[in-house]
Design a protein. Structure first.
Length: 120
């Protein structure tokens, strides 16, 4: 079964030094959701840390608790370099391909490979 995983956090020693990342699978959501993930800084960052987001063709609903925003993000073509600085406190829901349309009636082509701010 297809299960995309964001592995840079496993390989990048600097990322692991400053950022905590964990994924959870919930059986109750398995029809729609690959995983729920959390990403938090271990302390307020005094430098910029790079997070390489791999293209996995899934759309994530990303909650930024520090800035009070929710956005949609999904990449299918190339790795995205997302810069992290200061305090980081994110939670995301990685949807299975096709699930985004089921929930929002918006085609993935409208969201994929772009960042869309949903609430601010």
């Amino acid at each position: 079964m297809y299960y995309p995983k964001q592995i840079p956090y496993l390989l990048d020693k600097e990322f692991k030094k400053y950022i905590e990342y964990v994924e959870y699978k919930l059986e109750e959501l398995e029809n729609y959701c690959m995983c729920i993930w959390e990403m938090k800084s271990k302390q307020s960052l005094d430098k910029t840390v790079s997070n390489q987001i791999l293209p996995d063709s899934c759309i994530d609903i990303v909650v930024d608790f520090v800035n009070g925003t929710i956005c949609f993000a999904g990449f299918s073509k190339e790795t995205q370099d997302f810069q992290l600085s200061q305090k980081i406190d994110y939670m995301g829901v990685r949807l299975k391909p096709g699930s985004f349309y089921s929930f929002f009636q918006i085609g993935a082509d409208k969201i994929m490979d772009k960042w869309f701010l949903f609430v601010r």
